[in-house]
Every structure is written in structure tokens, then in C-alpha cells.
Design a protein around this ligand. Structure first.
Ligand SMILES: [Fe+2]
Length: 483
């Protein structure tokens, strides 16, 4: 009997070990980071030539060009239309209404114009006009160029912010104006989002001799096919600085601020580089990696107050944009976001932010839910740890700009990194309701609809009770689901 008993126990022990190994493999497999083995074609990243069709100047004398829109207030009842006239001022009037014929558009708004010099370049006349008192979820047509060449476009205003309002964001960064950029934009067009969260680095004009600002114009014409029809929420990147004392250009962000307005005043900000908007069920906070963020600075002061203003009962999803990532395991721009992470990460963890989006690194990476907020200069606890209450960090600086793909990842892959791949692409974030959103990344070398990395995200605010008890433990409510 003793022998049989021992045998059974041994068999049980072996069975237990086998089962444990299977569980570890399954659990570990789902949890461990993935460095994608996908290898993109080895080819140069080439700027589209100046005579490319996507850069074509629209026909007609002084025709409005480089048309793009962004929210004109915090809640989506205003839209700011921007465009350029090249030959003469024309006017800054926009007619708009629910009928497509400009003659039948019942409302009109008067905008302003500006222009700037940059070394040997003088811009066209840059017009900005905010259309106010719009209804939510309504298709509006708008037209400008009266007196010369009239052009007509349309947009649909975002829905009234509320807890269960579906909305699809496009997530794009570091786009530039190469052939790859064109694929990225086309794929996003095909995937059909409602608004773009853009994480910085727009035209890459500064990569050209004398920061050739004509490349700001070509970029504006390239983007128009999407940006004239849905709002783009802008984040400032390092390529927006255009700081060139050797050219006598010492005003940071000069071309960017003249061309791309943001609705910063409506969220109590004092600068266009940090602000917030509410879109459907999301409260979107935009931060500036290239403005001061130390204690007592304007951005620090604003963010501290802003996080108190976020109302998760109305906008359950808290999404944060910045240019330089806090969690980046690529050697390219490694740890550049570290000082801002040290300054602000605890605030975002305490605020239970859902997703933090960044660009800057020209590849793709998604983190697990992690935080690194325990360090106090003497305790040595300076390592990212799994934290079910913390945001997911996504680096989406893979739009396809002239600088090429960043294919030099640190090894081994750090434990906080869930998926990374050195390819160009874009992502979408589809908010379904107050609890669930589907996030997916689409590499350019596949069709637009192919999901190369996807995850269901569950809302952090809705899971508050779970995390309040123990932030380090997951529960069925807290786990994000890989499809
Ligand atoms: Fe950058």
C-alpha cells in the first residue's frame, strides 16, 4: 500500500508539474512581450517629389489650399477652419450650413489672417476662422475663397460628450511626406475614423536646407484630403520647434503656431501646446514635451488643475497625448521622455488614465499596464511594475517620415513592453461604451483592415473599486483582452 501511495503521489506530482508548465506557457505566453519578427522590405524612405499629385495646388486663381480643421472649443460645438491663399489676401470668410450649395449656406463667419517670414521664405496668407454654435453630430458643409475661387468641404461635428457614445479615433504620428506617409494616410482613410489624435512631428520641413518652409505648404496640401473633413487634434513635436539661431530664427514653433491653431483657451490653458478637448466618451489631454513642465511652470500648473476637472461620469475615457514617449524600448530616442515621466507619471496613474499616446520613435510599441512611481531617491524602487490601475502606453511615431524606420530595439525586451515592431503604420481606438474600447494597430505593409496588434481595453475609472482595494492585483474587470 505504501508503495502504491508513493506511486500515486509521484504520478500526482508529475501531473501537477506538467499542468503547471502548461499553465505557465499559456499564461506566460499571453503576458510576455513580443518583438515582432515581421520584417519590412528594406527600402529607402523617400520624400515625395514636389510635383507629386498629392501636392498639387488646387486650380483657380488664389484658390484656398491646405484646408484643415480642428475643434474650435472644448466640447465640439465649434470648429476652426484654416487655409492658405497664395497670391493675395482674398478674405477670411467661411460660409457654412447643412446644404452643400454655397449659395444656400445660411450662415457665415469672419476669421482672421496672418503670415510669417522664416529666413528667406515668406508664407502665403494663412486664414483661421472659427465656426461657432454648431449642433452636435451634424453634417455641415463649408466654403471659402469668395471673390476668387470658391472651394467647398464638409465635416460632421462630434457627438455631445457622454458616457456611452461610440467614437473612432485615428492615431497617427511623425507622418512627414514620403511615399510611406501617403500609404499611412490612405490606410487611415480606408479605416474611416471620426477624428485624428496626432502625436506630433508634422511636415519635417526642418530636415530640408534652411528649414525649407515650402515643405510646410506641401504637407498642408497633402493632408487636406483627410484633415479638411475631420478634426485633427494637434500635439507639438520637436520638428515643430524650427529653432535655428544660425538662420536668425529664434522663436520656437513659429511656422507651427501660425499654421495649426488649437482650442487651448477653452480648457483654461495659456499656451497652444497643452490643452484638452472632449470627444464623445473621451477626455483628451494634450501635453507638450518641448515646453517647460517642471514644478510651478504654466504647463505643470494647468495639468494639475485639469486632472481635477476631468469628469469620468461624463467622459469615462481619459486619453493623454504627448510627443516623446515615457515607455520606449527602442535605442532611438531612448529615455528622452524620462524627465517628463518623473514629473507627471504619478498624476496620470492616480487619475487612472486609460491610454497614453506618444510618437517621436519611428516604430511601433505597446506596453502592458505598468507604473514606476515608487522611487523616492533612497528606496531603490525604480523599476516599472505591473499596475492594473495604470495606463497602457502606445508609441505610434511610425507614420513614415523621411528619417526612416527605427529598427534598433533594446534587448532583451523589457518586461513592461507587450508588443513592438519596426514598421510604419497607424492605429485606431474605437470606444464602444463606458467600459470597453478596441485598440488596433495596422502596419502599412498589410491591407488597411489587417490588425497586426489589437487589444480590448477596459476602462480604468469603471474599475476603480477593484484598484482601490489592491492596485497590483488584476480581476476579470481589470484585464485587457487580447483577441
Ligand atoms: Fe520627434
Amino acid at each position: 500500500m505504501m508503495g502504491d501511495d508513493l506511486l500515486l503521489r509521484r504520478r500526482g506530482g508529475v501531473l501537477f508539474l506538467v499542468l503547471s508548465a502548461v499553465l505557465v506557457l499559456l499564461g506566460g505566453g499571453a503576458d510576455a512581450g513580443v518583438t515582432s519578427s515581421y520584417r519590412r522590405k528594406l527600402e529607402a524612405t523617400v520624400e515625395m517629389p514636389l510635383d507629386a499629385d498629392v501636392f498639387r495646388v488646387p486650380p483657380g486663381y488664389n484658390a484656398p489650399q491646405q484646408v484643415h480643421i480642428t475643434l474650435g472649443d472644448q466640447e465640439g460645438t465649434a470648429m476652426t477652419v484654416s487655409w492658405v491663399t497664395a497670391s493675395e489676401l482674398g478674405n477670411s470668410t467661411v460660409k457654412f450650413g447643412e446644404k452643400p450649395d454655397p449659395e444656400k449656406m445660411e450662415r457665415r463667419a469672419e476669421g482672421t489672417h496672418t503670415r510669417y517670414d522664416y529666413f528667406n521664405y515668406t508664407s502665403g496668407f494663412i486664414h483661421h476662422c472659427t465656426l461657432k454654435h454648431l449642433k452636435h453630430s451634424t453634417k455641415y458643409y463649408y466654403a471659402m475663397g469668395f471673390g476668387h475661387t470658391v472651394r467647398t468641404f464638409s465635416f460632421t461635428t462630434p457627438p455631445k460628450p457622454g458616457p456611452d457614445v461610440p467614437f473612432k479615433f485615428g492615431l497617427i504620428g511623425d507622418l512627414g511626406q514620403t511615399f510611406d506617409s501617403n500609404i499611412t494616410l490612405s490606410h487611415y482613410d480606408d479605416n474611416g475614423g471620426d477624428a485624428v489624435l496626432y502625436v506630433g512631428d508634422l511636415s519635417y520641413a526642418d530636415n530640408h536646407p534652411l528649414h525649407d518652409n515650402n515643405r510646410w505648404d506641401t504637407w498642408g496640401r497633402f493632408m487636406e484630403r483627410n484633415a479638411a473633413y475631420q478634426p485633427w487634434i494637434w500635439t507639438a513635436g520637436n520638428h515643430e520647434l524650427d529653432f535655428a539661431p544660425e538662420l536668425g530664427e529664434t522663436t520656437p514653433f513659429k511656422p507651427y503656431t501660425h499654421r495649426y491653431p488649437t482650442p487651448y483657451l477653452s480648457s483654461g490653458s495659456t499656451e497652444p501646446f497643452w490643452y484638452s478637448v472632449k470627444l464623445a466618451s473621451a477626455h483628451v489631454v494634450v501635453l507638450s514635451s518641448y515646453s517647460a513642465y517642471g514644478k510651478y511652470t504654466p504647463q505643470w500648473t494647468w495639468l494639475q488643475a485639469e486632472l481635477q476637472r476631468v469628469d469620468r461620469t461624463t467622459t469615462p475615457w481619459l486619453v493623454v497625448l504627448m510627443h516623446s514617449p515615457w515607455y520606449n524600448s527602442n535605442n532611438y530616442h531612448y529615455m528622452e521622455g524620462e524627465t517628463m515621466r518623473v514629473q507627471f507619471e504619478k498624476w496620470l496613474v492616480d487619475a487612472r488614465a486609460d491610454v497614453v499616446l506618444a510618437g517621436h520613435v519611428h516604430s511601433y510599441e505597446r506596453s502592458h499596464r505598468v507604473s514606476n512611481v515608487a522611487y523616492d531617491i533612497v528606496n531603490g524602487e525604480a523599476t516599472p511594475v505591473r499596475d492594473a490601475g495604470a495606463p497602457v502606453y502606445v508609441t505610434i511615431g511610425d507614420g513614415g517620415n523621411i528619417e526612416g524606420v527605427a529598427d534598433n530595439f533594446t534587448r532583451p525586451q523589457p518586461s513592461y513592453s507587450a508588443f513592438r515592431e519596426a514598421s510604419f503604420g497607424h492605429a485606431t481606438l474605437e470606444i464602444k461604451n463606458r467600459t470597453h474600447a478596441y485598440y488596433s494597430w495596422h502596419r502599412n505593409h498589410d491591407g488597411a483592415k489587417v490588425v497586426a496588434d489589437g487589444v480590448w481595453l477596459t476602462n480604468r475609472a469603471q474599475s476603480y473599486a477593484v484598484f482601490f482595494l489592491d492596485r497590483t492585483k488584476t480581476s476579470s474587470m481589470a484585464i485587457d483582452h487580447q483577441p
